[in-house]
Design a protein. Structure first.
Length: 432
């Protein structure tokens, strides 16, 4: 089981990332390891990877356009005005700032479900305030990731409704009918684990002051604005239009294009400046967009190896009738799969196929089954280098080049969320 291509591949990616190899090269190497060890071969592995990159094409385009929109919005100074308002609210209390951003991130999943779209717009202008307060950016990464994940795990609204529906449908499709309301009544324990992880990060692990330099933001000019002008109101209308179109059509790229169009029509962004705005947007989000493309290809390679089914089925052989051992094994398998694929939404169908029959056979309750499948599908997402739950925070916090993706985001979120989720999933599977 330890020589399973999925395990070997994910371990390769993790080790290379920890050795500070670029995430893209780490994923490419990990994909080749998966292909070679599963017998696919190097040439075919690359074909599968390239063919699968289109799976995240909309996400990648969204990131590129969001970076461009963030630069355009920042150039008007409205983001600076908002950051000053936030500075007034927190009044020098850095923990208030961390909890406030966690709340804003939560709203991005349900109240205004725009996911990570707010990060490249709101966070870079706040970096100077964070520097002044000596906020450890690892704590801010935890605040952002908490808000991006916890609401959809616990609340059946916004993205949470989509996720809970996937859990319900996949469990029902594999022979065990449940109601939608049963999901949130079981996953509350996972949400509690996320809250505990956040508080530990803010009040214990990263409570000490950390110094950063006030460096220029990549692709963004610093604009000092004190009061709202016409261009600022147009910018806010453009941003709200982007959100509205995204909610109505489900297309974030379309919303971003509409917002940029409004800013061009009202000359908030000049026609001859658009090339520079796009180039600066690429500086912010271009690498992350390409990481998402490669991540989709890597996920397809992992699935094509056929090793996921072998890995999950291997759990049955080591359980020995013990629920405790079975829970540990299923959660561990989920950790490796989501660390590699980087998406909890896409992992649920993979795990449910085997986990539902296994949990039925071993006599788990419906609540315990839900907790196991949900926890196993999200457990690695919060610490995966290829997850938008970690890439999004890095895009904002690294706008001045002082925040490393692996060491400052992924390691922090893994410790404070993946570990508590593992423990909560294990306890929940045994007490429910």
């Amino acid at each position: 089981m330890l020589l399973n291509p999925v395990i070997l591949s994910v371990l390769t990616m993790i080790i290379l990332c920890l050795l500070k190899l670029n995430v893209i090269f780490s994923m490419l190497a990990a994909a080749l390891v998966a292909g070679i060890t599963s017998g696919i071969g190097m040439p075919e592995t690359m074909k599968i990877l390239i063919g699968g990159m289109g799976g995240n094409s909309e996400t990648a385009l969204s990131y590129l356009l969001l970076g461009t929109l963030a630069v355009a919005i920042n150039s008007t100074g409205v983001a600076s005005i908002i950051s000053k308002k936030i500075a007034g609210i927190v009044s020098g209390r850095k923990r208030v700032l961390l909890l406030l951003i966690a709340a804003v991130a939560c709203f991005s999943q349900n109240l205004i479900p725009v996911h990570i779209a707010f990060i490249p717009i709101l966070i870079p202008p706040l970096l100077k305030l964070m520097n002044k307060l000596k906020v450890d950016r690892r704590a801010m990464a935890c605040s952002l990731t908490f808000g991006l994940k916890t609401p959809y795990v616990v609340l059946p609204v916004g993205f949470g409704l989509i996720f809970h529906t996937i859990v319900k449908d996949q469990i029902s499709a594999n022979g065990y009918n449940i109601e939608l309301g049963e999901v949130w009544r079981a996953t509350w324990i996972l949400g509690l684990a996320m809250v505990i992880g956040l508080f530990i990060a803010i009040f214990i692990t990263y409570k000490k002051d950390r110094d950063y330099e006030d460096l220029p933001l990549k692709g963004m000019e610093e604009v000092e604005s004190e009061k709202m002008e016409k261009k600022h109101w147009v910018t806010l209308i453009a941003a709200l239009t982007a959100f509205g179109i995204q909610l109505y059509t489900g297309s974030l790229p379309l919303g971003a294009l509409a917002a940029l169009g409004i800013m061009l029509v009202f000359k908030v962004v000049k026609w001859n400046e658009l090339d520079n705005v796009l180039n600066d947007g690429l500086l912010i989000m271009g690498l992350i967009a390409f990481i998402m493309l490669v991540a989709a290809g890597y996920g397809r390679v992992i699935r094509e190896t056929g090793a996921i089914e072998t890995l999950v089925t291997g759990v049955v052989g080591i359980c020995g009738g013990s629920k405790a051992i079975a829970s540990l094994a299923m959660l561990t398998v989920g950790l490796f799969i989501t660390m590699g694929i980087g998406t909890s939404f896409g992992t649920v169908p993979i795990l449910a196929t085997i986990y539902v029959p296994l949990t039925i056979e071993m006599g788990y309750s419906s609540a315990a089954m839900i907790v196991l499948i949900t926890a196993a599908s999200i457990i690695g997402d919060a610490g995966s280098p290829a997850s938008d739950s970690t890439l999004g925070p890095t895009s904002g916090l690294n706008a001045d080049g002082q925040h490393e993706h692996i060491r400052n985001t992924c390691m922090a979120t893994f410790i404070h969320f993946c570990i508590p989720l593992f423990i909560a999933g294990f306890i929940g599977s045994l007490i429910f």
